[in-house]
Write a protein that binds this ligand. Sequence first.
Ligand code: SF4
Length: 515
Amino acid sequence: MCQKLINTYPHCQRMEDRLKIACGVFAAINYENQPVFPYIYWGLRAQNHRGHQSHGFLTYNNGEFHVHRSLDLVPKIKTSAIQEWFGRLPGHVGIGNVRYTTSGKIDEKSLIEGTQPVTASKRGLKLAVSFNGNVVNTFQIKKEIGTKFPRFSYECDADLICYKLMIELLRGNDLTRAVEKCMLEVDGAFSVAGLTQDGEFFAFKDPHGIRPLCAGHSEDGKTYAFSSETVGLDINGFERDFELDPGELVRVSKNGFERQKLVEGKKKAFCAFEFAYFARPDSRFDDRYVYEMREEFGRNLVRENPEIVKNADIVLSIPETGDDPAMGVHEGSGLRWERASRRHRYVTERAFLLLARERQSTIDRKINILGSKIIGKRVIVTEDSIVRGDTTKVIIEKLRRMGAKKVYMFVTFPRIVGPCLYGIDMATYGQLIGSKHDPEEIAKIIGADAVCYQSMEGLVRATGFKKDELCMACVTGQYPTPMAQKIADTTKKRFLEGYEETGRLYEIEEAIQNV
Ligand code: SF4
């Protein structure tokens, strides 16, 4: 057996305390020839939590694409620069994207080149695409693209979708058929907004509907938009119309949305982790606010752990995703929610992109604990998830230093035992504490008196979705798409045998070739 060091994956070494999602999408069209850039700008500002490494805008005007792409957060625009931005991005239709990379390289040059929206053109055809998700059968799609575009250089999965669509159009397929082929042949998660050389505006979702994408319109009915989360619509004052169905293509005209179901997926599989962590609390899914679900998660944890609740004095949250469950624990138990943990507002995620050896102290810096509130107390701490366990460990150490007598972790997302192959930055087994340890062992490792995960049933009930409508592959090991299942099974076996995980599982050529 090949005994190599597990988990030398460079991403794992520099992984931050918080997980990152691949991308956020916002796109809009106005039918009174008004510039659409402001809508896209605000739609992205509202969704910067979905990707902070880079951002991009693309508008369409008189047959031309106008693009601005840059690293970092969506910038604040000075009043003096507004006209310049309008001049740079003219047009009544456009798409935008915020990105955190879960595919491709991560050096600065690659990050710039991988910034979305992406474009492709050939023989008078042009396409622009903004994408959220992750392609699993990367090698297969790359190979196909390489036959038509020998110099194709892959920087992010949006390129794969864009070029796959372009290949189908070049084969003489219309847009509907091209999207359908994409849905049938690309394994993975993809929620996409796009534009053609004629300014045709469209959006679609993979046949399992893994990532969110909703549609909405302005009050006067002149502007239509697509957004990963409803907060992108809210900030623009738009009304939400619907969440795109899995396998659905939506086109937009003056008369509104034209919806077309192209592919019937075997199973709906919306990412359940969106509810526990990624989505903003003020976003809505099926008319239910995420914060309402999270409060119910807290009440569930109380119902599921009565003995611990009986022996606790206060509840404390890890801000901010722990705040709503803490409210639920407080309501369900009557325990005081002591707001004794505060986040330093301007110590941002980017502060974590430091040397690995500095990670611990940086996490420590980010959250401040009001010691006098917890001295001698038995504390329930609400948290959205435990991935590596590093962050939680640091926080528990801090609570102990401050005098907490007992620390019980209430975790809203069930134990994560496997990687996500659909666009969340947890792409190996080695980085997951739950892949090797049960809750008792995890409690010992991170220094808690107990680690209580919400049950899967409780989580599902609280979301209002049915169990078979959700993806919970990182908890159950049951992946909704066939290639992902094969990769997860093969690499898990290799992991348990001691093989080195040298990259994201879907990017390890050797592992995939064996699938
Ligand atoms: S594997 Fe987990 S994180 Fe990934 S899409 Fe499924 S539920 Fe979400």
